[in-house]
Design a protein around this ligand. Structure first.
Ligand SMILES: [Zn+2]
Length: 252
């Protein structure tokens, strides 16, 4: 059975949508991940997790949206940066296309932290229109499911966590000879409870936040198995929930 939308014909898609009201949409970014990881890290990982979940559940999976909200990385060459507004509207219109064919539940597999605010804002708007969108962040699931697998300094951007998953999925495009460890520098005005509009370049010169050299394909495989298992459970739960249960609640 086909589970990837772009491999189906329109008649096959019609058969799926007539029987199902759920779909999976991977989104990511194309941005620097240190001197050793591919720029596509975030969207390649999201795509792999989403497609494997689709195969294990029989739920339809769309193509990955490869570009995300990444202007904070733009000083590093090759980063493609989309505004939060444009990203939100683009993903929303993808979701609304699905809604036209009867989809009421969408699981977004998000590979990039910078996309979160835009996705949550979009999900709130879509709930008003009868579409329930949940967003899955694999790295958050991994740190809860496998506590201690990575030390705190190995969980940062482009550090051992992400690098390990890259090594498990596509080692041929990771160059471990160039992997570095870099402790992010503290900005002069940093304080507890204060958020600053910093770019990556303000904190690291390599683009790595923490330790990347501790990465291994074995750890990456463990992470993938754990997070895909969790996502499969979530998708199977969501597909059983009635749409009425997701409707906006009336005023109290
Ligand atoms: Zn990343």
């Amino acid at each position: 059975m086909k589970v990837l939308l772009h491999e189906m014909s329109w008649t096959e898609a019609k058969e799926y949508f007539k029987k199902n009201d759920i779909a999976i949409l991977p989104v990511g970014s194309n941005e620097q991940h240190g001197p050793h990881n591919p720029l596509g890290t975030d969207h390649l990982i999201a795509k792999a997790i989403a497609e494997e979940t689709a195969r294990r559940t029989g739920v339809l999976c769309l193509q990955v949206v490869p570009f995300g909200v990444s202007s904070h990385h733009k000083q590093f060459w090759g980063t493609i940066f989309i505004s939060p507004k444009a990203f939100k509207n683009y993903v929303k219109e993808v979701c609304l296309s699905l809604s036209y064919y009867g989809v009421r539940k969408i699981v977004i597999v998000n590979g990039h932290g910078g996309n979160r605010c835009a996705l949550l804002e979009m999900a709130r708007e879509l709930r008003e229109e009868g579409v329930f969108v949940s967003t899955f962040q694999w790295w958050e699931a991994a740190s809860k499911l496998l506590p201690g697998c990575f030390k705190p300094e190995e969980e940062g951007h482009a550090a051992a966590g992400e690098t390990s998953v890259n090594l498990a999925l596509h080692p041929q495009i990771v160059n471990m000879d160039r992997a570095v460890d870099e402790e992010p520098s503290k900005h002069a005005v940093e304080a507890k409870g204060v958020s600053l509009p910093l770019g990556t370049v303000d904190e690291t010169s390599s683009g790595v936040f923490g330790k990347s050299t501790a990465a291994s394909a074995e750890k990456g495989k463990m992470v993938l198995e754990a997070v895909i298992g969790e996502l499969v459970k979530h998708v199977n739960t969501l597909r059983k929930v009635k749409n009425e249960d997701f409707a906006q609640k009336p005023k109290v």
